[in-house]
Design a protein around this ligand. Structure first.
Ligand code: C2E
Ligand code: CA
Ligand code: CA
Length: 744
């Protein structure tokens, strides 16, 4: 312990020993006023608890200036603490209290930051120029508890003397008392009979007394709490004295006179004489209510700080730090789950112009608007971050397809189409977006960020206001998908769909038995798009319903008119999408269409796949029965590729199995395909179902199938799907509807 020379002259070492026994870090500061009127504090003493928990000794911190620099190395925080002192003093004056206190994060000598409630009593200065500063460590309340046992030993001696001399200690120990008074702990000591021998100032306040003399000789029964707690305290005291063992740190919940709920942390220690006889009791308690509150405040403060450290001030979204963290996590997760992750790098196209011409506050509003736009577009689990300036990033995890990222990119671009109004300025904001993919493009945060960034520059050089993938192949695919997505809806109104018909032929006689209606999308942007490419999208967006309604109406009308003209097109096979089948009013729609088009139910066959049926079997069987009751036939499409359960086949009102083209492709060479197609034919026979093979391209395929009992053939061997105009030609040319021009 280092004690400054002149300080030593004033304060006796034995008193300092007592300070050393206190559980809380305490420093004694001496105010030095300089000739220019300004002042600073000389730190003349720090106690053991100070050195133990905070670490600095008076050599490290000879003045408060040194202290501030070491304890609060961050300049902003330091200034904040200094202003807290000033504010605390102002507030204390306003509230008319003497206790000044606030929480502070102290950088201790071991480079660990610890939180303390820093307190000082404004009017408790020991001598005029001295003040004590007491640190109460918070967050770990047990640390702050008085280790009274060690205090006892020192107090014991004094109290024994006191008992002997039966004399007030007030004068002799005025300095000790002052120091004890500076600790935010109530301390008292009583003799065996329960008569008070002394107490510190806080305790006296609680007792409604103002001096040591007033409490001397009084018992708890004579103090304000006598009636309610006197007996309890006495029996506690007796128990401790009889056991001869201290009872430390027990919490007591009490209610103050004003009805406030408070929490006290209490300790009671037997006072003993030299011969180890118990001669009294030493007790302490502290009101830890405020401390508990401070702890909660600190947690909130900590959370707020953590949030600040990870979020962008202006927009409140993740900053670069958090973004890097999330990206790293995202990569690890994608690796673990074997999924695709996309990183979007977004840069506003004209931000600098806006900022320069309209000022930063408008620029800020644009950035906020951009943030909202992005947040509205992404899913909850996606991360959006602002890396600085007008650069945003989005992390998309768990993607199914690489092109999924472009859907979002396009959505963002679309939502910037309309001008925004800020401060009366109409602004057009556009963005260029670069996309990199894990694992396609890279596997580290650096790679992904760098590639997304360079893809963004590619988007800029492509004329801005667009997105680009790092890999240009994906850009092309994604572009197609985006075009499809954005044009599919309007394609219905623009009547860009056409129904093609593919003949179905009896392979024995070459007679036309019917045709399958197959939709085509004639997109002005993409050309003729195959249904395999747009039907999944149409299904996921629900557009399949109007599309299929169009196909049904067109084909049914067509068939009605052909029949009316005396032609014989046979059976019309229609494909049904799952969504269509599940529509509640599908049955009514079908009936209305029949009525409207004049098509007869017996001309129609509906094709459903096994998957469609199995998805909701009960519902499917219901609706299929109704359809069948109308006289419409049912065929199972792509038979053999889904669940083939004989049990369900028997329950369904079906008329036909269509052998999937995948089993036809390698006929008659592939043993497995031979076996499967034979088995399907046999199955159809035994269930008394018709059977048709699709995807028949060669004579050999056709002949194998016909020979093995499948006379009905659909495929390029006879004809590709063609327009109604071409079909009509066939029908007219072959008045008996017999042979369709066949391949040699
Ligand atoms: P699907 O029902 O299995 O239709 C048969 C597909 O096989 C058609 O493809 C047809 O052009 C093709 N095909 C016919 N003969 C041959 C051949 O000899 N060799 C080969 N390799 N292919 C042949 P498309 O027209 O591209 O239609 C694809 C799928 O799209 C259809 O498969 C059907 O599931 C669906 N689809 C087509 N039109 C519609 C529709 O109007 N509504 C619904 N919901 N789906 C449709
Ligand atoms: Ca089909
Ligand atoms: Ca099929």
């Amino acid at each position: 312990m280092l004690v400054v020379k002149n300080f030593n002259k004033i304060i006796n070492n034995s008193w300092l020993d007592l300070l050393d026994l206190l559980p809380n870090p305490v420093s004694l500061n001496k105010q030095i006023t300089q000739s220019d009127g300004s002042s600073y504090d000389e730190i003349v003493f720090v106690n053991k608890a100070f050195i133990n928990s905070i670490g600095y000794n008076t050599q490290d911190i000879p003045t408060d200036q040194h202290w501030f620099k070491l304890a609060y190395p961050d300049e902003d925080y330091r200034n904040f603490i200094i202003s807290s002192w000033v504010k605390g003093i102002e507030r204390a004056e306003k509230d008319n209290t003497n206790l000044l206190g606030f929480p502070a994060k102290v950088m201790c000598k071991d480079k660990v930051e610890r939180w303390f409630e820093v307190t000082t009593h404004l009017d408790y200065s020991i001598f005029e120029e001295f003040k004590t500063i007491v640190f109460v460590q918070v967050q770990t309340p047990k640390d702050t508890i008085l280790e009274l046992q060690s205090v006892t030993r020192s107090l014991e001696k004094r109290n024994i003397e006191l008992l002997k001399k039966e004399k007030s200690i007030t004068e002799q120990f005025s300095l000790i008392n002052n120091i004890i008074d500076s600790v935010p702990v109530r301390i008292f000591w009583k003799n065996k009979k329960g008569e008070y021998l002394g107490a510190n100032k806080l305790f006296l306040q609680d007792a409604g007394l103002s001096s040591q003399e007033e409490i001397l000789g009084k018992t708890d029964f004579q103090l304000p709490w006598g009636e309610t707690e006197g007996a309890l305290y006495r029996s506690d005291d007796v128990a401790v004295m009889e056991s001869g063992k201290p009872r430390l740190n027990f919490e007591e919940n009490q209610t103050t006179e004003n009805g406030e709920a408070i929490t006290l942390l209490t300790s009671k220690i037997p006072l003993k004489d030299m011969d180890d006889n118990t001669i009294g009791i030493l007790g302490s308690y502290s009101d830890i209510t405020k401390q508990r509150q401070t702890e909660h405040e600190l947690i909130a403060q900590k959370n707020a700080l953590a949030h600040m450290a990870h979020h962008d001030d202006l927009t409140g979204i993740a900053n670069r730090t958090l973004f890097n963290d999330r990206l790293e996590h995202g990569i690890a997760k994608a690796k673990r789950n074997d999924t695709i992750m996309a990183l979007l790098f977004i840069d506003l196209d004209n931000f600098k112009t806006i900022n320069d011409s309209l000022g930063h506050s408008v620029g800020d509003e644009v950035l906020k608007f951009m943030t909202e736009t992005i947040i509205k577009t992404i899913r909850d689990e996606d991360t959006v971050a602002r890396l600085g300036g007008d650069e945003f990033t989005i992390i998309l995890e768990g993607l199914k397809k690489e092109s999924d990222a472009s859907v979002l990119a396009q959505k963002i671009i679309n939502s910037l189409e309309e001008p925004i109004e800020i401060d009366g300025n109409k602004l057009y904001v556009t963005a260029s977006i670069g996309i990199s993919l894990y694992p396609t493009d890279g596997e580290t945060t650096e790679e992904l960020l760098q590639y997304a960034d360079s893809a963004m520059y590619k988007a800029k050089s492509e004329g801005k206001n667009n997105f680009q993938y790092y890999s240009s192949d994906i850009t092309k695919m994604a572009f197609e998908r985006v075009v499809m997505e954005t044009n599919l809806r309007s394609s219905i109104e623009n009547e860009e769909f056409e129904v093609y018909y593919q003949p179905q032929i009896n392979g024995n006689t070459d007679e036309l038995i019917g045709m399958e209606a197959l939709v085509r999308w004639k997109s002005p942007l993409l050309g003729i798009v195959s249904p395999n490419r747009f039907i999944p999208l149409a299904e996921s967006t629900g557009l399949i319903i109007p599309i299929d309604n169009f196909v049904m109406r067109t084909a049914m009308r067509q068939f009605a008119s052909w029949y009316e003209e005396g032609l014989n097109p046979g059976t019309l096979s229609l494909n049904l999408a799952m969504k269509q089948l599940q529509q509640n009013n599908f049955f009514e729609i079908l009936e209305a269409l029949l009525k409207e088009t004049g098509c007869k139910p017996e001309w129609i066959e509906l094709e459903v796949t096994e998957g469609q049926i199995m998805e909701n079997f009960d519902h499917a069987i219901n609706i299929l029965n109704q359809i069948s009751d109308m006289g419409i036939e049912l065929a199972i499409d792509d038979f053999g590729t889904g669940y083939s359960s004989l049990a369900y086949l028997k329950k369904l009102p079906i008329n036909k199995l269509k052998i999937d083209k995948s089993f036809v492709r390698e006929l008659p060479f592939n043993e497995e395909d031979i076996a499967i197609s034979k088995a399907i034919i046999a199955l159809a026979e035994s269930l008394k179902l018709k059977v048709l093979a699709e995807g028949v391209e060669t004579k050999a395929q056709k002949e194998f199938l016909v020979q093995h009992g499948c006379p009905n053939i659909q495929g390029y061997y006879y004809s590709k799907p063609v327009t109604s105009k071409k079909i009509k030609q066939f029908l007219k040319n072959t008045s008996s509807s017999k042979v369709i021009k066949s391949k040699k």
